[in-house]
Every structure is written in C-alpha cells, then in structure tokens.
Design a protein around this ligand. Structure first.
Ligand code: BV8
Ligand code: ZN
Length: 283
C-alpha cells in the first residue's frame, strides 16, 4: 500500500440477478419462515408489491454508489484505511477535536476522488420512481450528493454532505464547490471561527430534524427498500427496522447478505443498478 494511500476496494458485483439463489421470507401470522428461491420467482412478487405500494421509504449506503466508482467502506471484506487509521477512527468526533487539519486532509482526499464521478443507473432509477407514489422518501448514509445530482428531491442526508462546510461556532454553512477559498481549515466569514466538513462523524449525533423526518417516513411507508448497505451503522439502520416493524414489505438489494437480510421479505442479491432496473423496468 503506497504511503498514506487510502485503500480503495471496489466491490465485485457478485453473480448476476438470475443465477443467485435469493432468500425469501413469508410472514404467516407474525412468524417468519425462510425459503430460498431464484430471483426469477421473487421478481414478479416484488414488482407486484411495488406496483401496489403508495408510500415508499428507501435507505441507501455506499453500495448504491459503487457502480459510479465510489469506493465502499467494507467492500471485499476489509475496512477502508487512511494513513494506517481505520475510517471509523479518522471519521470520528475524537479526531476532529484533536486534529481538525487531519480530518480536512481526509475529506479533501475523498472529495477529490469523487469530483468527476457521476450518478449511476441505480441513482437514476430511484429518481425516476419518485413521482410514481403518494410519498417516496430517500434517506441516505452517503455524503456524495449523487442521489440529488441524479434528480432525487428532498434527499434526507443522514450523515451530511462532503460538498458543504459548517462553522464550528455559529453553524454557518458554505458550499465547497463555489465558496472554497482553499484555506484550511476554512474560516467562517460570519464569526471567523474554523469550519469543519458538514458530515456526521462517529460519536456525533445525526441532524435531529432529518432523522425525525426519516423515522416518520419509515413508520408510515408500506414498501421499504434497503440498498447497498452492510447494515452495521446506527441509528441509520433503525429506520428499516422501524419500517419492517410497521408492516412494510421490505426488500434488500445487495450482492452480499447482511445482518438485515433475514428480516426482509425479499433479499435480492445483485448490483443495485441491475436489480433496480429489473424491479422497475418497463413499468
Ligand atoms: C451516534 C460520514 C450518538 C462520515 C458516517 C448501536 C449499536 C452499535 C454501535 C452504535 C450504536 N449506536 C451508535 C453506535 C456507534 C456508531 C455505530 O453505528 N458504529 C458501528 C460501526 C457499529 N454510530 C455513531 O457513532 C453515530 N452517532 O450514534 O451518536 C452517540 C453520541 C455519542 C456517543 C455514542 C453515541 C454516527 C454514525 C455516522 C458516522 N458517519 N459517514 C464518512 O463518510 O466518513 S458512517 C459511514 O459508514 C457511512 O455513512 C455509512 O453509514 C457507513 C458505511 O456503511 P455502508 O454505507 O453500508 O458501506 P459499507 O462499505 O459498509 O457496505 C457497502 C455495502 O454495499 C456492502 O454490503 C456491499 O456488499 C454492498 N455493495 C457493494 N457493491 C454494491 C453493493 N450493493 C448494491 N450494489 C452494488 N453494486
Ligand atoms: Zn461562524
């Protein structure tokens, strides 16, 4: 690994949609029974349920951006590392307090890696679906802005956005695409305090209003998608749990099984672009 290089691991989209056995759970009187079926059997039911859905809630993670070239955090079995630090450490409140310049270096590096990347078929499929339902809410763990760039409206950014900076004192925000003068850390023009990346670090609370809106949508939805997340980070993962508990038909899309797969009505194993296109194709 080159000095201080950030270990990029691009996940392999294992197995196309058609050749992967898919676990299906049917709820009979509350108890869950597991059946393994090919995706073929499941797709018609997932499509039929989506057609009947009125309020859809979607939680996404790094996997939905993988096909755009955005490295995931845990793809290929190892966690991302920066200068010898696991990402959950360099992306933590503790390091921010101790070494704000190091945190800026980390996010400047990731922003630079993101700058030429485009939304992919999965982002576009989700954007195209948003007007087909009484309510369609996307909550994302991603800070890459790709859902919004694909045309999705009111995306709930649970963990913030890498293209914004926030004042550590007065919370003033700047857009780094247009207002970044390059000084590090950026200095707040309102109160001259140092600014920080407007992202939620480990050990920090999520933006209360945004989490509350996501939880409300998860509670009310009748169809829930969980796309491209390893289902390990909280409280983001409480959202699909809330939707599932509230009786929503819950569908996971991920090339790999996750700790949440068994809680789903359908765990479709494949890449987000391919599977979403198959689920939503020629409506
Ligand atoms: C907090 C921004 C209160 C910065 C991020 C309860 C239980 C256990 C732990 C906790 C708990 N509650 C709180 C914690 C602690 C912690 C936590 O959850 N730790 C985990 C690791 C156990 N949570 C917090 O600290 C949260 N704050 O709780 O505050 C508090 C306050 C004080 C003290 C204590 C508590 C804040 C969490 C947010 C942190 N910020 N991001 C940055 O980006 O650097 S988290 C960051 O990591 C992402 O946003 C995301 O959430 C997570 C990475 O997960 P994924 O997105 O799922 O990505 P991953 O690579 O893991 O997986 C990718 C998946 O995609 C894989 O499954 C792969 O198979 C799949 N895939 C690959 N290719 C494709 C694909 N899928 C589809 N298509 C493909 N083509
Ligand atoms: Zn300020």
């Amino acid at each position: 690994m080159a000095n201080g290089a950030y270990l990029f691991t691009l996940p392999r989209a294992q197995g196309g949609l058609l050749d992967t056995a898919v676990a299906r759970s049917a709820t009979i009187a509350g108890e869950v029974t597991m059946h393994t079926n090919t995706a073929n059997d499941l797709l018609p039911e997932v499509r039929a349920r989506l057609k009947r859905a009125r309020r859809v809630f979607v939680l996404t993670g790094a996997g939905v951006s993988a096909e755009s070239g955005v490295p995931t955090f845990r793809g290929g079995g190892n966690a991302a590392v920066w200068k010898g630090m696991p990402f959950s450490l360099i992306s933590s409140a503790g390091v921010l307090e101790r070494d704000l310049p190091a945190v800026w270096e980390w996010f400047d590096y990731r922003r630079n890696a993101l700058k030429d990347l485009q939304p992919n078929a999965a982002h576009h499929a989700l954007a195209q679906m948003q007007d087909d339902f009484a309510s369609f809410v996307i909550a994302t763990q991603n800070i890459d802005d790709l859902h919004t760039r694909a045309g999705s409206r009111d995306v709930l950014e649970l963990h913030g956005n890498i293209w914004r900076a926030r004042c550590t004192n007065c919370q003033a925000l700047i857009a780094l695409r247009t207002e970044d003068k390059g000084e590090r850390p950026p200095v707040c023009r309102t109160c001259s305090a140092p600014m920080r990346p407007d992202v939620v670090l480990f050990g920090e609370l999520l933006p209360a209003g945004i989490f509350a809106r996501a939880a409300a949508a998860a509670t009310r939805c009748d169809f829930c998608f969980v796309i491209g997340t390893s289902a390990l980070v909280y409280p983001a993962m409480q959202l699909p749990e809330i939707a599932r508990q509230a009786g929503a038909y819950t569908v996971e899309i991920n090339p790999e099984r996750t700790p949440f797969s068994d809680s789903c009505h359908a765990a479709l194993q494949g890449g987000a672009g391919e599977v979403l296109t198959a689920v939503t194709g020629d409506k």
